[in-house]
Design a protein around this ligand. Structure first.
Ligand SMILES: Cc1cc2nc3c(=O)[nH]c(=O)nc-3n(C[C@H](O)[C@H](O)[C@H](O)COP(=O)(O)OP(=O)(O)OC[C@H]3O[C@@H](n4cnc5c(N)ncnc54)[C@H](O)[C@@H]3O)c2cc1C
Length: 539
């Protein structure tokens, strides 16, 4: 299945309903060319690219590049703005573009659908890059209903894949990040993103890749390079060193095809929310949840949403709190109570036969009764938009409702995700919350958060929400984010992922040996450093 896109539709079609909410954040200062490049090299590279993909798919002047410069993350100096964009339609064109990049030393920044909202969209880690926008490569190459697998190109969206399964009457589920309709399985998986069904850890259910290497060669990972690649999407590991991880959160190749596993639709699906009233309940929720996750009694990625985060989806800050100081827990609890929210709202689901669900529901209810949790289901929560939103996500359904959070401080729409990792232990949570509030408060920002509970770890997902239309506030958000990374880093809490504005800083938290190893690999396979320099702090 293919989707035809016109040139401007490439980005415009992207965030239906979100265009008015904060895609206005175009970096201010004029972008500069990559280090060591002269104007003549840039012009030469652009002309050569036009010859490969056609002039209508290369964008290099100020106005034409504008859509690729939109970003929510703080970029007060404009250093993350790309200098151009090129949209190939085939793998062969990608190979040719990589060769041109080497010839002219013009760095390329690959994106799949480019909706990495709150992490940079299509802006780049280091200056002077041309976005290699793969949206036109949007074929669903195969779906195997027996093995429950798919092989897709980078431009395929979750919406497209879901539509395909429905059209072909296949009883398979996809697993989506919260912005599923406009985002792509390939882009999300390569940034090691998550969703909320039992297949929520996306890299875990990825199987086999095709990669254009920085020298233009094609590598197929796993079983994909054997004489009979029929097991390419069935067996992840192949033989020898496992390579797929090298192409996630990295700049070692351009992924042009990716295999993934799909979840068979279960006979019964039952979503739940557990409400807790007080912020300090967080530790006991995590303690109760850990054994249920490790034993797979609760099999999906659990979201423990704070009232602040949930309220921000549908309300503006001024409706709840009309002071410049950070919003208080008491104000959030009061506003949350009015719309059926606790301070913590923990969403999970059960999947299986009626008998399995009945047995597991009894275990889960007992575990939460022991910590005074209010366990609620569809029966009690019918009509509650927050419950409905999560019930949709936990069955791989599509929704863009959460994008509303970027409007918390007005139409200027600024968002940077800060996502430190900790083991799933209650005593890790309270210290993190106290530190986050201290740093955010010092800079005048609200604590708007959720915890994603994986099988053994916590992702503390903090949305740094600011007004990007106010240059002073953008600078303050930038400084605040840096302090969060450094402050959490000192306590051993490093991020699992970050935006283009802080990649080097986060890489520093992982130590010198790790950085040197990545740098050695980079230099060996990309000696001209033409693929995404600066990605994950790797030059
Ligand atoms: C309100 C809100 C909620 C969100 N919820 C979630 C969530 O639940 N889970 C989640 O994971 N994220 C979430 N996000 C963040 C983000 O929007 C998603 O992760 C989204 O899927 C990423 O965009 P994309 O799929 O278009 O990937 P892209 O932007 O295309 O790619 C992401 C990055 O991967 C690399 N990359 C992409 N394609 C290639 C390629 N072919 N070869 C090499 N490198 C490549 C690039 O560095 C790129 O910058 C949320 C954002 C917002 C605003």
């Amino acid at each position: 299945m293919t989707v035809t896109l016109d040139r401007r539709g490439l980005l415009g079609a992207g965030v239906a309903g979100a265009a008015s909410v904060g895609l206005s954040g175009v970096a201010g200062a004029k972008p500069v060319l990559a280090k060591g490049m002269r104007k003549a090299d840039f012009k030469g590279a652009i002309a050569a690219m036009r010859a490969v993909v056609g002039p209508e798919w290369v964008f290099a002047d100020e106005d034409a590049v504008r859509p690729w410069r939109k970003t929510y993350v703080p970029d007060p100096s404009g250093r993350h703005a790309p200098v151009g964009a090129v949209c190939p339609g085939t793998v062969e064109e990608v190979q040719a573009l990589v060769k041109i990049a080497n010839q002219f030393r013009q760095p390329l920044w690959p994106v799949s659908t480019g909706k990495n909202m709150g992490y940079g969209m299509t802006s780049t880690a280091a200056p002077g890059q041309v976005v290699l926008d793969l949206k036109r490569m949007n074929r669903i190459i195969s779906v195997d209903p027996e093995l429950c697998t798919a092989l897709v190109e980078p431009g395929v969206t979750y919406r497209q894949l879901k539509d395909y399964l429905v059209e072909h009457n296949l009883p398979l589920w996809i697993d989506v990040p919260t912005v599923g309709p406009v985002a792509s399985p390939v882009g999300n998986t390569l940034d090691r993103g998550v969703g909320y069904t039992p297949y929520g850890e996306h890299f875990m259910v990825q199987c086999g890749m095709e990669v254009v290497l920085p020298n233009g060669e094609i590598l197929r990972t796993g079983m994909g390079s054997t004489r009979n690649p029929s097991a390419w999407q069935a067996f992840k590991w192949g033989y020898g060193p496992y390579l797929d991880g090298l192409f996630t959160q990295s700049n070692f190749g351009v992924v042009t095809k990716m295999g993934m596993w799909l979840m068979p639709a279960p006979p019964v699906y039952k979503p739940f929310v557990v409400r807790h009233k007080r912020v300090e309940d967080v530790a006991k929720i995590v303690e109760a949840m850990r054994p249920l996750r490790i034993s797979n009694i609760i099999p999906n990625v659990v979201l423990m949403m704070s009232a602040g985060y949930q309220l921000a989806m549908f309300q503006r800050r001024g409706e709840i709190w009309d002071h410049p100081e950070p919003v208080t827990d008491e104000a959030l609890m009061a506003a949350g109570a009015k719309v059926g929210l606790g301070y913590w709202n923990t969403y999970f689901a059960l999947y299986g036969t009626p008998e399995m669900i009945a047995a597991n529901e009894a275990i889960v209810r007992a575990a939460f009764a022991a910590i005074d949790g209010e366990v609620l289901t569809e029966a009690e929560m019918q009509g509650n938009p927050y419950f409905h939103h999560h019930a949709t996500l936990m069955q791989g359904g599509l929704s863009l409702e959460e994008v509303g959070i970027v409007r918390w401080k007005g139409a200027g729409g600024g968002l940077a995700w800060f996502a430190p990792v900790a083991p799933a232990k209650g005593n890790e949570t309270t210290g993190q919350i106290a530190l986050a509030k201290q740093i955010l408060g010092r800079h005048g920002f609200d604590y708007t958060s959720a915890f994603a509970i994986g099988s053994r770890e916590l992702h503390h997902i903090i949305a740094l929400l600011y007004d990007k239309s106010d240059p002073e506030e953008e600078k303050r958000a930038d400084a605040c984010y840096r302090e969060l990374v450094a402050g959490f880093g000192e306590r051993g809490w490093a991020s699992y992922r970050t935006g283009v504005h802080a990649m080097d800083l986060v890489a520093q938290q992982y130590g010198a040996v790790n950085r040197a190893f990545n740098a050695t690999l980079k230099h060996a396979i990309d000696p001209n450093h033409i693929l995404a320099p600066g990605k994950s702090g790797i030059a």
